[in-house]
Design a protein around this ligand. Structure first.
Ligand code: ZN
Length: 231
């Protein structure tokens, strides 16, 4: 059972062990942003917090962000992740509503801007909560290790996505992350980009470890880490 923490009068975070997700309420409806790793009852829990209709909006399609999907008739997600991350297969009853870059989803006096940031997955999006000047960045900007190994990752697209976020930094003051520390300052994107560039240039040492039964290169710094393919 996830622990629920109120952030402000119409925003909550759900701490589901090693991952978190969010509920954002507007005047007309509420968005559950992701649904955790072990939270099939995420919708029920969210209904305790708001009487507005709730829809499901995903930062990306990894399994630790989709556990509550079956309770929804539709999922707002980028089409690449709906297919490549197996959301379509795992939740055949839940229809996709395809997200696109630059789209505004209004909760009622609470616009959310969708920013496509491929890299961690091809369909990763960040969600800009304009009223609060907060960027919800999924796994793409965080203090923990960012998964960049395996078939569904697009590491060659990642740096351009970070640059896209840096170019819009006048629009947000903080970043809500899905793992590790929940809130980071806006300039954290630049710090993550710096680490990423140093990893690519071979300036940071790594160790080989097992993650989900796969041997990966693990890069660890005070800012963030990366798990990368071994070859
Ligand atoms: Zn994750």
């Amino acid at each position: 059972m996830a622990e629920i923490i109120k952030i402000n009068k119409d925003t909550w975070r759900f701490e589901d062990d090693f991952v978190r997700f969010f509920l954002l309420e507007g005047k007309d409806r509420a968005a559950l942003i992701d649904s955790g790793a072990n939270c099939p009852n995420a919708l029920e829990m969210a209904k305790e917090l708001t009487d507005k209709p709730i829809f499901l909006l995903n930062t990306h399609g990894d399994g630790d962000h989709t556990s509550g999907t079956a309770a929804f008739s539709e999922i707002y997600i980028h089409p690449a992740d709906y297919v490549k991350c197996g959301v379509k297969e795992s939740f055949p009853e839940t229809k996709v509503v395809e997200l696109f870059d630059g789209e505004i989803i209004d909760l009622g006096d609470r616009p959310l801007k969708i920013v496509h940031i491929p890299g961690h997955t091809e369909g990763s999006v960040a969600i800009l909560d304009e009223n609060y000047r907060v960027l919800i960045a999924g796994d793409s900007v965080q203090k923990g290790h960012i998964f960049m190994f395996g078939a569904k990752r697009e590491p060659e697209m990642y740096e351009a996505s970070l640059e896209k976020l840096i170019a819009m930094k006048s629009e947000f003051d903080s970043i809500y992350a899905s793992h590790d520390e929940w809130s980071l300052p806006a300039d954290y994107v630049e710090k993550v980009k710096d680490i990423w560039q140093r990893v690519k240039r071979g300036e940071i040492s790594y160790e080989i470890i097992d993650v989900h039964d796969t041997k990966v290169k693990s890069y660890t710094t005070d800012i963030c880490g990366f798990y990368m393919d071994c070859n």
